[in-house]
Ligand binder design. Structure first.
Ligand code: A3P
Length: 322
């Protein structure tokens, strides 16, 4: 791979400094680019991605807002695509973080370089990439090519709680930044001021695209996967062009993959308990408790003038913010 020229670096810095700025939950700067908020590394990466990425027709994109089940979907898609090569007992998932098997655009592919060699040598076909990039900011070549997009969304209440814990517990608070309470954090979430927010715009961009182009975008929900992994796994395999044969179904391959990729299995894989990302983030940070729908049946309706789009307010989090 080739480093970006210092000239390109300078242009990028200048562009970044013209963007609107805000603070995230630990006091780091967020930059608003094309309607969405990013911290510095992903802001630059998304712009490089948009300007440089050339899609292949065989590419698979796994797209999420953070904390929506990206790690899980990485494991599932990797397993579906590579199941002939690696039977489940020999899966690389037993020794490698899903984040090293399916790299993410913002924190891996474009985190340092603009012109990485993404050719077949480094990334055998089909290339599988994860990204949190919103629909409107995707590189045009993704939209023009025949590549597939799998979007995974999650109940925003769970997504917020998961993200809150992830950020507040894993990223040091900037010195002399007065910590936000969870209520203040939630208010900002509702205003869309959080990494890769606004949440609803992120989800709706892909939801609309999945309605217009169902052959290109498969829209999945974390809660549905939790409820019924088998039929969702078959749907996913069909969509990706790797359908399970009747023989495989009879042999229980679908269940084997579900089990291999389950929270309970992956959480206890050595590298996921003790390993780290190159930036020092612990792999274990991606496995918290994976409990869906902690607010279902206990939603307190809108009150106190909180401006929450779906009509709920922050109180719902007090009960179960674990
Ligand atoms: P919680 O914080 O609610 O536990 P992401 O992978 O997008 O960063 O999302 C992380 C969330 O997915 C965390 O949610 C994490 O526990 C959960 N998760 C991780 N691996 C999972 C798996 N294999 N199955 C289900 N949920 C998983």
């Amino acid at each position: 791979s080739k480093n970006i020229s210092s000239e390109g670096d300078k242009v990028m810095e200048e562009l970044i400094q013209t963007l609107p700025q805000e603070k995230d939950w630990v006091g780091s700067t967020l930059y608003q680019y094309q309607g969405f908020w990013y911290s510095l590394v992903p802001a630059k990466a998304v712009i490089s991605f948009q300007n440089h990425f050339k899609a292949h027709d065989t590419d698979i994109f796994l797209i999420t807002a953070p904390k929506s089940g990206t790690t899980w979907l990485k494991a599932l898609i990797f397993s579906i695509v590579n199941r002939k090569q690696f039977p489940h007992t020999q899966s690389p998932l037993l020794a490698t973080s899903p984040h090293d098997l399916v790299p993410i655009i913002e924190f891996s592919i474009y985190s340092k370089n603009q012109t990485l060699d993404l050719g077949n040598g480094n990334f055998p076909s089909p290339r599988i990439f994860a990204t949190h990039t919103p629909y409107g900011t995707l590189p045009s070549s993704i939209l023009k090519s025949n590549c597939r997009i799998v979007y995974l969304c999650r109940n925003p209440l769970d997504q917020f709680i998961s993200d809150w814990h992830f950020i507040v517990n894993n990223f040091p608070r900037k010195e002399d930044f007065k910590p936000f309470s969870i209520e203040e954090g939630f208010d900002r979430f509702c205003k869309g001021i959080h990494a890769f927010g606004p949440f609803w715009e992120h989800v709706l961009g892909y939801w609309k695209m999945s309605l217009e182009h169902p052959e290109k975008v498969l829209f999945l929900k974390y809660e549905d996967l939790k409820k019924d992994i088998t039929s969702n796994l078959m749907k996913l395999a069909d969509f990706l062009g790797y359908p399970f044969s009747e023989e495989e179904i009879r042999q229980g391959v679908v269940e084997e993959i579900s089990k291999l990729c389950s929270f309970e299995t992956l959480k206890t894989v050595e590298v996921n308990m003790t390993g780290e990302r190159p930036d020092g983030l612990k792999n274990s940070a991606f496995f918290r408790n994976a409990k869906p729908g902690r607010v279902v049946g206990s939603v307190i309706p809108y009150e106190n003038g909180k401006n929450v789009k779906d009509g709920y307010n922050a109180k719902i989090f007090y009960r179960n913010a674990v």
